[in-house]
Design a protein. Structure first.
Length: 296
């Protein structure tokens, strides 16, 4: 059942009371609102944003709702106004969400990931949200909203020496990880050995050996009998290198069988035959090598 215009209006009035007092001045400062026309105030503009984004209404429905609440407006005008709101909404988000300033000498464990957003009727990704959470203090560290071309990368976030970043397989970017390592930032990444090749490292090695053999992660883990494995490795990218560790944990039998089933299903969809190679961070023998590989 659709929400009545009166209840929408009352809910919006309550929402406005939660905003920082300077939200209207920020609308002018970030050029989201310039002068009154169909949309007469920054509050009206924010109402359009909440109808479209908060209630997930289509452009035409948003125009109809705003017409009932305030003044007649077209969906083309709605779209034009929404496109100008990005910087303003980012600034509001940073102002409203909890944050903390951590001392430079303190340890911060930061969880980083990105999510895709689709608007009503979209056939693909419209936006990407990139977020870093300070797990030590349970506060928001950074947030960024980009278009569909905004790829995942640790370079989007502010770092300081002593930080530890926990990232997923989309962040297997050797050059970036080594740059962070040089700045004193550690990275724990769910390994994709195809995107990020590793090389064998001895514990007493102080510098990368150009003759070091590339590590065959799948073959090495299949040969292990233990349920957990920790192996010193080198990460290499162009002229840079750095030491790290590969950590792997064997999956329980039920989880291993589920992983094999997903592997076979994925192979069938692509017209291939599963051979026990790593798929989504898992091996056919039940060893999980997607556990953290810590560089730095």
């Amino acid at each position: 059942m659709s929400q009545a215009p009166q209840s929408i209006d009352l809910a919006f009035e309550a929402f406005l009371k939660e905003l920082p007092p300077e939200y209207a001045e920020m609308a002018y400062a970030f050029k989201a609102f310039a002068r009154p026309r169909k949309v007469k105030t920054p509050a009206h503009l924010l109402q359009i944003v909440m109808l479209y984004c908060g209630l997930d209404q289509a452009l035409r429905t948003t125009a109809g709702s705003f017409t009932l609440l305030e003044e007649r407006i077209t969906d083309a005008t709605i779209l034009q106004r929404l496109r100008a709101c990005g910087p303003w909404l980012k600034a509001l988000l940073h102002t409203m969400l909890p944050s903390t300033k951590t001392a430079l000498t303190a340890l911060r464990l930061l969880i980083v990931d990105g999510s895709s957003l689709q608007g009503p009727g979209a056939e693909g990704t419209d936006y990407r949200v990139h977020l870093a959470l300070d797990l030590t203090n349970m506060t928001l560290h950074a947030v960024d909203v980009t278009g569909v071309d905004g790829g995942e990368s640790p370079t989007r976030y502010p770092w300081q020496a002593g930080d530890i970043a926990l990232v997923d397989r989309g962040y297997n970017q050797p050059r970036v990880i080594l740059d962070l390592f040089a700045r004193g930032v550690g990275v724990i990444v769910r390994l994709n050995p195809t995107a990020m090749p590793l090389f064998v490292r001895s514990l007493d090695a102080e510098a990368f050996d150009p003759t070091a053999a590339r590590l065959d992660v799948a073959a090495h883990l299949r040969a292990q009998s233990a349920d957990t494995v920790s192996l010193p490795v080198w990460l290499r990218a162009q002229e840079a290198s750095g030491p790290g560790w590969l950590h792997a944990v064997r999956l329980p039998p039920e989880a291993a069988e589920a992983a094999r089933r997903r592997c076979r299903q994925a192979a069938q969809r692509k017209g291939r035959t599963a051979r026990g190679h790593p798929v989504s961070g898992r091996l056919g023998d039940g060893v999980h090598h997607g556990a953290p590989g810590n560089f730095g």
